[in-house]
Design a protein around this ligand. Sequence first.
Ligand SMILES: [Zn+2]
Ligand SMILES: [Zn+2]
Length: 164
Amino acid sequence: MSVQLPVEPAELLRRHGVQVTAQRLAILRAVSDRPHRTADDVAEVVRAEIGAISRQGVYDGLGVLVDKGLLRRFQPAGSPTRYEDRVGDNHHHLVCRSCGQTVDVDCAVGTSPCLHPANDQGYEIDEGEVIYWGRCPDCRKGAGDGRTRQSNRKSATSTRGGEQ
Ligand SMILES: [Zn+2]
Ligand SMILES: [Zn+2]
């Protein structure tokens, strides 16, 4: 009998003991609308919605939401920190080396740590961070700059065109 009804963002904040402010609500919404956003990206969306907010204000808001377990953050190598509202599971990420597109991958085990080293050397391990790297379907087709703003294709790469 544990049907999860969608919870209003304000109620979600309260349940996690976070004081409800317009900024925090806007930050939470920005991240749930499009997970894996960077702080700068979140700032842009929040500014469009509620007007002026400092960069620091956005970072602080994100920090509170992460601390209180409403958001999770992760940082692929070479990328700014990214935020998402899918918390409470141990999912992993697939990152495209060409365009940076990031998607979720379910963890086969489900609980952290899902990877155990051959020798833990006496450490108490609570997390095995997994990021899969490769090329997304768009980039494999040679059309990787369609939807992302951070395409960084080198000019000299040769792409095969015209297969469709
Ligand atoms: Zn890509
Ligand atoms: Zn994710």
